[in-house]
Ligand binder design. Sequence first.
Ligand code: ADP
Ligand code: MG
Length: 395
Amino acid sequence: MKIIVQKFGGTSVSTQQRREMVADKVIDAIKKGYKPVVVVSAIGRKGDPYATDTLLSLIDNEKAYLEKREYDILMSCGEIISCVVMAEVLSKRGLKPRVLTGGQAGIITNDNFGNADILRIDTTKLINYINEGYVPVVAGFQGMTQSGEITTLGRGGSDITGTALGAALKAEFVEIYTDVDGIMTADPRIVDDAHLIETMSYNEVFQFADQGAKVIHPRAVEYAMKVNIPVYIKNTMSNSKGTLITASRESIGRIITGITHMSSRTQISVEYGEENQYVDDVFDILAANKISIDLINVFPNYRVFTVDSKQEENVKKILDELKLKYTVVSNCSKIAVIGNGMRGIPGVMAKILKALKEKNIKVLQTADSHTTIWCLVKEEDTTNAIKALHEAFEL
Ligand code: ADP
Ligand code: MG
């Protein structure tokens, strides 16, 4: 049985016209001999009536009066509504849809509400429905604990539902449908002439996703990678070939695959000094406070790192309590230049720095790994920096 999973994002199911396009993709797959399992996100994006953010705006977001468990029940509604609406369209088009919540689809998670991990997936019910000729339409982004509590998988979590179901069902491949033609050399909303990357390795896509490209959730990439299942990123609104993600290591002559970024970063430098006896404990204390830090550089007289801007005040408080001397640069953006092909190639960092300097963009910090080079810049320089690098590497 040639099962595939087709996941459709919020914008893909946002209007009747688009839902018809979704139905086209599902019917196409059936015509090709596949048994599709459809996964959907909540309808629309921020501001739309049944989008997750809109549901959350119904209750106080500054102060948590409810426990996390209750938030998950609220947040799970968007995908459930979306499933039923999508199922109706499929039914009108002559298919036999079967709507399932995450829990009904057999997705068992731990009880880490708001960011639950999938423990296992019992596919019995799904397989039975498929055998009976149904097209399962599964609510993305959610699961259920062993004891029946509704959980959500974290924002962007419908992608996780897609690849995790694909893996559990031993699907031929997973298709993630969105509003762009695939993974591009940069966010097409920032760089007009960004172009489609036709093939990528799991590792490269993971880097892209982990470093801020919204187009697929990093954990979704991990699920696919574990069982080596091919993933396509495609456009619901076009017939583009999309991006094919596999384990392939070849980087086809390219040094840089693409550029992404993460905004709302704050850079913090902590100085050493006579009275700064706690400086060695800083990282431990931040970790104990669940504050995640990155771009960490340690120098003889100071250490520097970045945090999510939401944590800026918390970090300051901790450093003040330790009576440490520090400086803060708010509103930074972390640009990531990504490519498997840069491994062992000299001069990539130099080229990046030159390109940024030519545009008068100040680099606050850099870091590198085998496949990624990061540059911290001021947030207002983000667009120019990405454009400059896109041009410099002729992407
Ligand atoms: P969906 O609702 O379908 O899950 P998302 O908003 O999560 O869609 O992801 C798609 C968006 O990701 C695109 O609209 C695009 O602006 C953004 N994006 C960021 N970086 C990239 C990139 N390198 N390639 C393609 N899209 C990107
Ligand atoms: Mg998404």
